[in-house]
Design a binder for this molecule. Structure first.
Ligand code: NAP
Length: 253
């Protein structure tokens, strides 16, 4: 099977997969939602913006040999649309999703199922570091605690009443995270279980400072879709399906 690979992106893994496929001469189209004002673009062709639901994605799959859903573990709507559109069109679909985080000795983690439950869990805190991204902050709007809100782009209201906004893009180092938590006297951290090394330093810093962490569990994945945990595994899956680079131009006899 030669042909185009559509990579649903917005993650470091999606970017790395596109880099790999482009290097192998595979025709790759990366898709970004367009949420971040100044995204780090992958090599190869890129399209930006929603498809217009499952029907729009079905249309976009015309001429696509394989679909890789490498969106963020919490991009549940896009992941559901990918599964539905792949089923309608018969397009081979792979979910590329990095593993979640695992607690280590010394961690004080509390698991919750939603941002709303996270807000309830930190209701008695003094100073909260919110690293859940700028979407869904409304869940924390009723908190009276001081909230340090960190996101790539400025968050939109409603925000917690006493919010300090820190605009920053990962990866973050442990020293940097410890300094941020100490400077704001943070007594609890809230994060989604995003997994991966890019934003894991806050967990190490929290452990070292003895600060508890409230983690939001990942939404479930659609059934029947194979999952790759790494870019290597995703590239192998594409190879197994015969997705190859453009045939080399035949040399003259
Ligand atoms: P979502 O709730 O699952 O998706 C909402 C809608 O956004 C989708 O129905 C789709 O619109 C559009 N969309 C999402 N990802 C897209 C993509 N890669 N290409 C084209 N359209 C896309 O997604 P989300 O949680 O808002 O995340 C948006 C983007 O940010 C994703 O690319 C994700 O990988 C990235 N991201 C998300 C998080 C997070 O915590 N959720 C964190 C870091 C990065 P249509 O229905 O119109 O097709």
């Amino acid at each position: 099977m030669t042909g185009r690979v559509l990579v649903l992106g917005g993650t470091a893994e999606a970017r790395r997969l596109a880099e790999r496929l482009v290097a192998e001469g595979i025709d790759v189209l990366s898709s970004l939602a367009g949420r971040v004002a100044d995204p780090v673009l992958p090599p190869g062709e890129v399209r930006i913006g929603g498809f217009g639901g499952t029907a729009g994605l079905v249309a976009a799959l015309d001429g696509v040999a394989a679909l890789v859903d490498a969106t963020h573990p919490f991009a549940a709507t896009m992941t559901a649309h990918a599964a539905a559109a792949a089923a309608v069109t018969g397009t081979p679909l792979l979910r590329l999703q990095r593993p979640g985080w695992t607690a280590q000795p010394g961690d004080d983690w509390r698991w919750v199922d939603s941002l709303e439950q996270a807000a309830t869990a930190v209701a008695g805190a003094r100073s909260v570091l919110l690293t859940t991204g700028r979407q869904g902050l409304a869940a924390f709007a009723g908190l009276s605690a001081h909230c340090v809100v960190r996101s790539v782009d400025p968050p939109e209201p409603p925000l917690p009443v006493r919010a300090t906004v820190v605009l920053a893009r990962g990866p973050f180092g442990v020293e940097e995270e410890r300094a941020l938590m100490t400077a704001h006297d943070v007594d609890v951290v809230v994060t989604k279980d995003s997994g991966g090394p890019m934003t894991a330093a806050k967990l190490t810093a929290a452990r070292e400072l003895g600060v508890p962490v409230v983690l939001v569990r990942r939404p479930p994945l659609p059934g029947g879709v194979p999952v790759a945990a790494t870019v290597d595994q995703a590239a192998a899956w594409l190879r197994e399906r015969g997705t190859t680079g453009r045939p080399a131009t035949p040399s003259r006899p």
